[in-house]
Design a protein around this ligand. Structure first.
Ligand SMILES: Cc1cc2nc3c(=O)[nH]c(=O)nc-3n(C[C@H](O)[C@H](O)[C@H](O)COP(=O)(O)OP(=O)(O)OC[C@H]3O[C@@H](n4cnc5c(N)ncnc54)[C@H](O)[C@@H]3O)c2cc1C
Length: 403
């Protein structure tokens, strides 16, 4: 077999959910696009709570109809202080109906979302998928060239880096990141349970991080359980009845008897953010641009907003006869994504730190904040609206509009 040689206008590197969404949006908008997917990765048992804007975008892209039956509605969010500390916050409930929404989010297993995205990508003529790893990225003479594992290459005018945390494209663009770790590990489990969840997601705030149950269709839920590293080794060693009992104890039996399904994920938590979101013909999307802890279901929702934004800008540039990878596009992309990514990262960081701290005033401020949210309706509703959709810089796809 010979080397792959391909010319496109845009090359997307990375076939995770952010990369697939960007490729579908770009090619669906009429831009010849190559998607370098990399080798199939290990199984991901995570789920994603897709906020209303993400669902609207997936609907507009013809993806949602392929997977909506697999998603569970999240209509009520409960936050319960489970810290045993002196200053404990009151329980707070947020109802989607209070801000006129059917649901805050739809929770879906990543494997079902990936199947739906791959199925839709295969239908689009302007999209060519190359199932190889990118080995290098070079930028010169108004082009980006991606070298492939088989010795071939893809050339394009814009590179969309969706190649995750250790992004090769980000390094090629010379973009540095700022990062810090937390003394926390997040376990992901899926489970069957005896009592109906009633479309309620419950987040227990413990002294080591959140323990969050999110509804899936039927009598199933996903769980993200954040623990200190010393606890992580103990949980990792549990299995069978002992693990079921541990999870039921930590969930205060609100879902009755639980049965943990085989397989789990374990993720050391931290924050990492690129100093710019685009430079030198490369735009960073998803975890290539930002990694945040799984609090408040923001990570991939931000990644999908990145994908929708770069597609909107590139499609508009092409229709105007401009360079899709020119500085007008990349600078505008950086500008549009900055406030959204930074403000959400800062909010998640603050919330996580306020849980971990033993500093009494910080605990009381957090407790007071939740108390105020519980009591003051307009403030609570404003926060709920901002949590599900940013006021600023919402791309058109997130409003359900085609490109
Ligand atoms: C415990 C946990 C729970 C979470 N829950 C939520 C949630 O409820 N809601 C939410 O919005 N977010 C959530 N997130 C965040 C979300 O999972 C991530 O934001 C998302 O998976 C990142 O997708 P991505 O496409 O950017 O990156 P990835 O999924 O990492 O995809 C990157 C892809 O690039 C490929 N790749 C890498 N290098 C190369 C190369 N050289 N050549 C070709 N391909 C390459 C990889 O194989 C991979 O397929 C959670 C995260 C964690 C850890």
């Amino acid at each position: 077999m010979g080397e792959t040689r391909y010319e496109a206008e845009v090359v997307v590197v990375g076939g995770g959910p952010a990369g697939l969404t960007a490729a579908i949006a770009l090619a669906g908008g009429g831009i010849p696009t190559a998607l370098v997917t990399g080798q199939p990765r290990r199984t991901d048992n995570r789920t994603t709570a897709l906020l209303a804007g993400s669902v609207a975008a997936l609907e507009a892209l013809g993806v949602w109809e392929r997977c909506r039956a697999e998603a569970g509605a999240l209509r009520t969010m409960r936050i319960v202080d489970d810290t045993d500390r002196l200053w404990r916050a009151p329980e707070v409930r947020f109802e989607a109906a209070e801000i006129g929404l059917d649901a805050f989010a739809w929770n879906i297993e990543n494997r079902h979302l990936a199947d739906a995205l791959q199925g839709r990508a295969a239908e689009i003529d302007q999209l060519v998928r190359i199932e190889q790893d990118a080995r290098a990225a070079d930028i010169s003479d108004g082009h980006i060239r991606i070298s492939l594992a088989d010795g071939g290459s893809v050339t394009a005018r814009l590179g969309v880096a969706a190649d995750g945390r250790r992004s090769l494209c980000r390094a090629a663009a010379g973009i540095e990141t700022d990062s810090h770790g937390y003394p926390q590990t997040a376990f992901t489990f899926n489970l069957a349970h005896a009592r109906p969840h009633g479309d309620i997601s419950t987040e227990f705030h413990t002294a080591h991080g959140p323990f969050t149950l999110v509804p899936l269709p039927g009598l199933r839920a996903s769980l993200v359980c954040v623990v200190a590293p010393v606890e992580a080794a103990r949980i990792e060693a549990l299995g069978g009845d002992a693990l079921d009992a541990e999870i039921e104890r930590r969930s205060h039996s609100i879902l009755g008897k639980v049965q943990v399904e085989p397989g789990h994920g374990a993720f050391p938590l931290g924050i990492e953010m690129a100093r710019r979101f685009a430079a030198r013909r490369i735009a960073l999307i998803g975890e290539a641009g930002h990694v945040i802890p799984p609090i408040g279901a923001q990570g991939l929702n931000l990644g999908l907003r990145d994908a929708a934004t770069i597609a909107e800008l590139a499609v508009a540039a092409r229709r105007a006869g401009d360079d899709v990878g020119g500085e007008e596009v990349t600078d505008e992309y950086d500008r549009r994504r900055r406030a959204d990514v930074k403000s959400r990262t800062a909010a998640v960081d603050l919330l996580n730190r306020s849980l971990l701290t033993d500093f009494l005033p910080a605990q009381s401020v957090r407790g007071l904040g939740l108390y105020v949210l519980d009591r003051i309706g307009p403030l609570r509703r404003a926060m709920m609206r901002e949590g599900v959709a940013p006021r600023l810089s919402e791309p058109r796809l997130m409003r359900g509009e085609a490109l």
